[in-house]
Design a protein around this ligand. Structure first.
Ligand code: OFO
Length: 166
């Protein structure tokens, strides 16, 4: 059975994962209409993945005697400056999500809630991967700068990456 504190922390994590999904969907739309079809595929897939993260939490709360609430979400921005700016915001966003997951784990340890702690370990590894992926994409984009033909090639690489790990 979940404590009220843990349930409410998991509930706010549902909101964060759902917002991530919306944010990546808005980024995918921007990439799609700005000629970055590889980045768009990557971001559409990433948006789906965030929805799956949200759904895992919803089901966990319901299975553990709580009752998950489907959150209302703020509308994400439609406009981004550059592809580099998109991945910079992704990295910043994921760092915040990692901090919030760490906060849930700390609360679980305080309450001796080993079940939720164990469940959240999956998110810890996932965050490590996501941050690392965003960092490596951003590093490459910083190297490329605004050089059009390299950006074009890199976009093709993102298309391939979307099939393996968005
Ligand atoms: Fe759910 O991992 Fe990103 O936010």
């Amino acid at each position: 059975m979940l404590s009220k504190t843990i349930e409410s922390k998991l509930q706010s994590q549902i909101e964060k994962e759902a917002s991530s999904s919306q944010l990546y969907l808005a980024m995918a739309c921007w990439a799609d209409v700005n000629g970055f079809s590889g980045a768009a595929s990557f971001l559409y897939a990433h948006s789906d993945e965030e929805r799956m993260h949200m759904l895992k939490l919803v089901k966990f709360i319901n299975e553990r005697g709580g009752h998950a609430t489907v959150p209302a979400l703020p509308k994400p921005t439609k406009e981004f400056e550059t592809l580099q700016a998109v991945f910079k915001s992704i990295l910043e966003h994921e760092i915040l999500v990692t901090a919030s997951i760490n906060d849930i784990i700390t609360a679980c340890l305080k309450e001796n809630d080993h079940t939720t702690n164990n469940f959240m370990q999956w998110y810890i590894s996932e965050q490590m991967e996501e941050e690392q992926l965003a960092r490596s994409i951003l590093d490459k984009l910083e190297m490329i700068g605004s050089e059009k033909s390299s950006l074009y090639m890199f976009d093709k690489d993102l298309e391939a990456a979307s099939k393996t790990h968005a």
